[in-house]
Design a protein around this ligand. Structure first.
Ligand code: GLN
Length: 211
């Protein structure tokens, strides 16, 4: 008698849930069948295949990452092969350099230094300049409905990172091995293509996955 085929484990994805749009990521991931763990403490990273850093307010998130002792555990998660996707404020947290931090913090802001890029906060203007646009993304057949809310842009991109999308001449989506960064908010749309892509990154060896 033929044995049962091996059960396919749905990927386990963590969503950093200190502040910001984590519930929206959770909703989309669950609609795709993945198991979601809200991450607030280092122990929450155990057993995850991928981690999403959501949009929100990056200065606040940076303070909370210090408060909860999460900087090193997240770097360790990445070094151990875990996939990480930062959206908007989350993308700011990934960069090796952050420009445009508030002057009351001396214009400086801590980050994870995982992404070979400099990020410019609020690169498209203030809240009132937020917008949605059909964004051509490398590897997608049709444009992605991108929502930019006080969005950053990657003002300098190092050799290790590949640009997957530009808007108005600015780099707004990067991929570097097991790291993905979008300046916009795919979790605020009903288009799940980028979440599906991230799930593939999280369960396979990153180099083998093309968008
Ligand atoms: N401008 C915000 C910041 O710098 C990011 C905005 C967002 O995540 N929608 O943290």
């Amino acid at each position: 008698m033929a044995g049962k085929p091996p059960a396919i484990q749905p990927p386990r994805i963590g969503v950093l849930a200190l502040q910001g749009a984590f519930r929206e990521h959770r909703r989309l991931l669950e609609s795709l069948g993945s198991t979601v763990q809200e991450v607030r403490l280092p122990a929450d990273l155990a057993g995850l295949d991928g981690l999403i850093l959501p949009g929100g307010e990056s200065t606040t998130m940076a303070h909370l990452l210090t408060e909860y002792g999460l900087w090193e555990p997240i770097r360790g998660f990445s070094a151990g092969g875990g996939a990480i996707w930062g959206t908007c404020a989350g993308a700011i947290l990934l960069a090796r350099e952050v420009r445009g931090a508030p002057p009351q913090f001396g214009g400086r802001q801590d980050s994870l230094y995982l992404l070979d890029a400099t990020v410019q906060r609020n690169a498209f203007g203030r809240q009132i300049n937020s917008f949605a646009a059909p964004l051509p993304v490398q590897g997608l057949d049709t444009p992605f409905p991108a929502v930019f809310i006080r969005a950053p842009a990657f003002s300098e991109v190092g050799a290790a990172a590949a640009v997957l999308a530009h808007w108005e001449g600015q780099a707004v989506m990067l991929r570097q091995g097991n790291i993905l960064a979008t300046a916009f908010h795919p979790e605020l749309t009903n288009d799940s293509r980028l979440h599906e892509f991230f799930l593939k990154m999280a369960v396979k060896s990153p180099e083998s996955v093309q968008i």
